[in-house]
Write a protein that binds this ligand. Sequence first.
Ligand code: PNS
Length: 162
Amino acid sequence: MTDRTAIYPGTFDPITNGHLDIIDRARAQFDAVVVAVSQHPSKNPLFPLEERIAVAKETTAGLGGVLVESFDGLLVDFVRARGGGVLIKGLRAVTDFDYELQMAQMNYRLAGVETMFLVANPEYSFLSSSLVKEVARFGGDVTGMVPAEVLSRLRERFHGEG
Ligand code: PNS
């Protein structure tokens, strides 16, 4: 392998412990991991881009070799602008596979960018940012599913508590 940078793209609205597990495990395989936060205004994110970036930085601050950056537009353009890298995606279940396969093939077709998949830790394979938001919105407890920095922000956002 010639390129030792992994690029881990996502909306991270918000970042979960499943994302952090993938980031940590990618560190073991690559020299550097770039968490690439997609602006994604069309997804109408709960947290604005600046907050998603800030939380990703806070929660990965203790992990050497991890950078947090943001991108808009095509992911392959971001990869090219950085001078290359391998995309890392987490696969939770077979339901992720169809779409991830399609995106991996499109990114390869567009720019020869490779994608590597890490299989989600079973402890987190049910976890998604969308479900976390839904549960938190209706007062469910998402402790252990998201880092403390996210827990407090969800409480603040949905229930006006810090
Ligand atoms: O966390 P998500 O929402 O599942 O991440 C999806 C993301 C941001 C990786 C994907 O939507 C993406 O790559 N968006 C950038 C636009 C793009 O390049 N689209 C073509 C993908 S083949």
